[in-house]
Design a protein around this ligand. Structure first.
Ligand code: BES
Ligand code: MN
Ligand code: ZN
Length: 483
């Protein structure tokens, strides 16, 4: 585990392998002998520009890393999180194990310190678990130098550690390949996490799902030899009596081959990420258990493998969901909404008053928003605002999408109450409209994270693979909740 400290010494006295110093666009850095580099235009302060100086004059640190932070008027805690993450990734690639960050007094408050610590922990994550040549070089120590900063920054450090470690926990799970992380194995990981953090955990098996009438979930599961699991994790605050009971629902498809409506081979390996919503909900519960919000929070994670086995459901099949609604399965690859339908119904039956789901639900959301925003859909304005505010505070970008009644037209079926697909256009919206039928009148937000759950290539500030979005938003939603 990375050692994290707040240092009150002056910059010159900080002994470390590398001291990260922010450089802003339009502001010249003259310390550490950097004046010439600035004059030559080699250090311009552009966002994520990194320049490593060895044995810089005037400081005890072995190195100084000049880290571009962009235009000062655009700088915020989200930018700091990225800059620190990129700096840490750069330094650890050079086997630097002790790192410090210099924060100006104006930025030495809880929000910025949290973002910096999160950036360090997120930047340290490597998806190299299955590489046998052990050349990973985790960062051992990270210090935030905040000489003139706010008095109590320890709490910000503690919260940031909980959040970022939960996010890395999610990233690790999402990155597990489908042969090693089956629905039963997700359930096992959930049980273990729950017992480690004193949460209640219960796993519904096929038989119980049958008794509950979860025909939509079971229909997806029947194409795989791997049995399904519906994971339920409960957090209860010490003080009962809140009128809110928040339900977090996450799509847990451990592999999405598409079923009989099978996907093309190209890129199919990425469908091991199709449980990212479920893993984010697990990660959020891990943090919630430690940060102890005032409201009860229950997680519901339907886990299945969507395979084209000989028992698989076929296009044209009609299933009956737990809510009683019948669904014509036009395309077996639209499986996420089917398992979420029953999970949402079950969450409502369990007494949740407010719901958020996270799901890698549609390719169409990636067409609409690319890889820059989560698509957010809401049937309730207050709930919408709560989630948008939490997302903004955590630097997880989300964009409001429509959820109007008349989109329901597209889901008409001649033979059942609903079809599971809505045709070519507006695929992310019709998927959300489908879910809305099962959220019914419960205030609910749907997060389509298909474009944000993983990186296809690494970025300077984040390794290739799972991102851990939207763990931080879900946690903040719960911890900031006011009835
Ligand atoms: N898991 C996919 C969505 C997805 C696509 C996630 C790309 C991540 C990246 C989902 O189950 C799916 O297959 N959706 C279909 C729906 C269609 C059949 C209506 C899609 O988006 O093509
Ligand atoms: Mn699918
Ligand atoms: Zn899927």
């Amino acid at each position: 585990m990375m050692q994290i400290t707040i240092e009150r010494k002056s910059l010159e006295q900080i002994e470390t392998g590398a001291l990260i110093v922010l450089v802003f666009e339009g502001r010249k850095e003259v310390r550490f002998g950097a004046g010439d580099l600035c004059d030559a235009g080699e250090v311009a302060g552009k966002s994520l520009e990194l320049t490593l100086l060895h044995r810089p004059p005037g400081v005890a640190a072995t190195r100084v890393l000049l880290a571009g932070a962009g235009k000062p008027e655009k700088f915020d805690s989200a930018e700091l999180r990225k800059v620190v993450s990129a700096a840490v990734r750069h330094l650890k690639s050079k086997s630097v194990k002790h790192i410090a960050l210099a924060l100006e007094p104006e930025h030495a408050d809880g929000e910025y310190v949290s973002a910096a610590v999160e950036g360090a922990i997120l930047g340290d994550f490597e998806p190299d678990r299955y590489k046998t040549d052990d050349d990973s070089k985790p960062v051992e120590a990270f210090a935030v130098v905040a000489a003139g900063g706010a008095a109590d920054l320890d709490q910000a450090v503690a919260r940031a550690r909980v959040l970022a470690e939960a996010q890395n926990f999610t990233r690790g799970l999402v990155n597990e390949p489908a042969n090693r992380l089956t629905p039963s194995k997700v359930a096992e990981a959930a049980r273990q996490m729950a017992s480690e953090y004193q949460l209640e955990c219960e796993v519904l098996e096929r038989e119980q799902m049958q008794k509950l009438g979860m025909g939509a979930l079971l229909g997806v599961a029947q194409g795989s030899a791997e049995p399904p699991a519906l994971i339920v994790i409960r957090y209860r605050p010490a003080q009962a009596g809140s009128k809110t009971h928040l339900g977090l629902v996450g799509k847990g498809v451990t592999f999405d081959a598409g079923g009989i409506s099978i996907k093309p081979a190209e890129g199919m390996e990425k469908m091991k990420y199709d449980m990212a919503g479920g893993a984010a909900v697990l990660g959020a519960m891990r943090a919630i258990a430690q940060l102890k919000p005032a409201i009860p929070v229950t997680a519901f994670i339907p886990c299945v493998e969507n395979m084209p086995g000989s028992r698989a459901q076929r296009p044209g099949d009609i299933v009956t969901a737990m809510s009683g609604k019948t669904i014509e399965v036009i395309n077996t690859d639209a499986e996420g909404r089917l398992i979420l339908a029953d999970a949402l119904t079950y969450a409502r039956q369990q007494g949740c008053t407010h719901l958020v789901d996270a799901a890698t639900l549609t390719g169409a959301i990636v067409v609409a928003l690319a890889h820059l925003n989560v698509g957010l859909f809401a049937n309730d304005e207050a709930m919408r605002d709560r989630v948008l505010q939490a997302a903004k505070a955590e630097g997880e970008r989300m964009w409001l999408m429509p959820l109007e009644e008349d989109y329901k037209e597209y889901l008409k079926s001649a033979f059942a109450d609903l079809a599971n697909t809505g045709g070519r256009w507006g695929g992310a919206v019709t998927a959300a409209i489908f879910l809305k039928e099962f959220a019914e009148e419960t205030p609910w937000v749907h997060l389509d994270i298909a474009g944000m759950a993983y990186l296809e290539e690494s970025k300077p500030f984040l390794a290739k693979g799972p991102t851990g979005v939207p763990v931080r938003t879900l946690v903040r939603l719960a911890t900031e909740w006011k009835d």
